[in-house]
Design a protein around this ligand. Structure first.
Ligand SMILES: [Zn+2]
Length: 213
């Protein structure tokens, strides 16, 4: 039985973690674990816990314990499938819990990629980020012929609620304060591969894949 590979992507929002994680999941046949997606799945169930999560998301704060309740359930269903994880390492308690969960399932992180992108570029990307309401693909509004329409499926695209300047700046501030602690925690256990996120999606992806080979 081959050992599943486990990858963690770290970096500010807008650096391309989600996009790269999806590509990695396809190429290496991995399960993509992302907190936002797990939360949306719970909300869609519309049971008591789902409504609690929805309420918390609207208030902009979901307790880390809830997120880890979900990630634990996901891991117990994984079997021998590898994972690519993005979005569970914004704060020190999150990365601590992530290592705990991995340990419980006798998994180690084989590759940890830090996607770097400077503030101005993060803001520029997030302000222009659009998501398709149907196929969920992410676009840069400047690349869209029709600003409101998904070029892949023809449905409406929208701006995420938290992709406004104030929220973006808040997230960047949080990221800076917390990220050095997170990085230190990881460095004490594993090695981090730094990736320049200021390139095209394909260039970044091929760079990451080269490191995996
Ligand atoms: Zn679409």
């Amino acid at each position: 039985m081959k050992t599943p590979i486990n990858i963690l992507l770290v970096g500010p929002s807008g650096a391309g973690k989600g996009t790269q994680a999806k590509l990695l999941a396809e190429r290496y046949d991995l399960r993509h674990l992302q907190s936002g997606e797990l939360l949306r799945k719970i909300v869609a169930k519309d049971d008591e816990f789902g409504r609690k999560v929805k309420d918390a998301m609207q208030k902009g704060f979901v307790p880390s314990e809830w997120i880890f309740k979900m990630i634990k359930e996901e891991f117990s269903r994984l079997g021998n499938t590898g994972v690519v994880i993005d979005g569970f390492s914004r704060k020190l308690p999150e990365i601590e819990m992530l290592y705990d969960v991995l340990g419980e399932h006798e998994r180690k992180l084989n590759y940890i990629f830090l996607l770097e992108l400077d503030d101005e570029k993060v803001i520029d990307r997030l302000i222009n980020r659009r998501v398709c309401s149907a196929c969920k693909k992410v676009f840069d509004s400047r690349s869209l012929k029709d600003k409101n329409i998904c070029p892949l499926c023809g449905e409406q695209v929208y701006t995420r609620e938290d992709d406004n300047l104030e929220s973006i700046k808040n997230r960047l501030g949080d990221y800076k304060t917390e990220t050095s602690k997170v990085i230190d925690f990881i460095k004490n256990r594993d090695s981090i591969i730094v990736i320049d996120g200021d390139r095209s999606i394909n260039e970044v992806f091929e760079d990451i894949c080269d490191k995996i080979k």
